[in-house]
Ligand binder design. Structure first.
Ligand code: UTP
Length: 227
């Protein structure tokens, strides 16, 4: 049985845009796929995390405290997916990779949020991918792949269907250096998938048909990052 880690941004799971229908359909698709694949899902914080982080910062909290706030929100979001998945899922967001691994012995699907301050759930999904020996990592995000520039700002930006790990890393570092939240993948996550050679697929997470193809290792609309 192949192992797949799926990273779902909070901006996909809970953007406050018909979230109930989306989460219900996503859960039903994952429950179906869980008969064929060992699945791990890492859930991000989205705008709820950003709201608390901004509010906490304005009240004087330090950055690692705010990271802990963000982590708590990722776990709250994770609980929503757990509720929708029902009996096939481990009933709590796993807090460590060891807990995720143990939980996967008795459950078809294991959900996590963040782990430690200093990185994002992209990095968590990459590390979890290493720990569970993932065949691939799916980054279900709010763009339909990696682009030459931010497609929201540059209409002539082109989607890159295939990338090598070092090219992804260059793009992540370049975007981060240029400031702004639109980093397609956390640079730490990019380093980790490269060192462990985990094929990584970027797909629009609200497009369930393409997400399913990406999970199953089929041709899909997005970007494949590999050696
Ligand atoms: P996300 O993984 O959602 O970060 O975690 P993000 O990339 O900023 O959000 P999206 O992808 O645009 O929705 C939310 C916040 O939680 C903290 C960080 O502060 C992060 O920005 N966090 C999360 C951690 O500190 N450690 C973790 O392992 C995960």
């Amino acid at each position: 049985m192949q192992t797949v880690v799926i990273s779902i941004g909070g901006s996909i799971l809970v953007p406050d845009d018909d979230d109930k229908s989306y989460i219900t359909e996503l859960a039903s698709m994952l429950n179906e796929l869980a008969d064929k694949y060992r699945l791990f899902v890492v859930v991000g914080g989205g705008k709820i995390a950003r709201y608390y982080i901004k509010l906490g910062r304005s009240l004087g909290a330090d950055e690692s405290y705010l990271d802990d706030v963000g982590i708590e929100v990722t776990r709250l979001n994770a609980r929503m997916l757990i509720v929708a998945l029902g009996e096939h899922a481990y009933h709590l967001p796993a807090k460590t990779f060891d807990e995720a691994l143990s939980a996967s012995k008795g459950h078809k699907i294991v959900i996590m949020g963040g782990t430690h301050p200093g990185h994002t759930t992209d990095a968590v999904s990459a590390m979890l991918g290493e720990r569970v020996g993932a065949d691939r990592l799916i980054n279900a995000t709010s763009v339909d792949g990696v682009y030459t520039a931010d497609p929201n700002k540059f209409p002539d930006a082109e989607r890159l269907p295939r990338l090598k790990y070092d090219e992804l890393l260059k793009i992540c570092l370049k975007v981060e250096g240029g400031a702004g939240p639109n980093v397609v993948f956390d640079p730490l996550g990019a380093k980790i998938v490269a060192r462990s050679n985990i094929e990584t697929r970027v797909v629009h997470g609200r497009n369930l048909a393409e997400l399913k193809k990406a999970i199953e290792g089929q041709d899909f609309h997005g970007t494949i990052i590999s050696e």
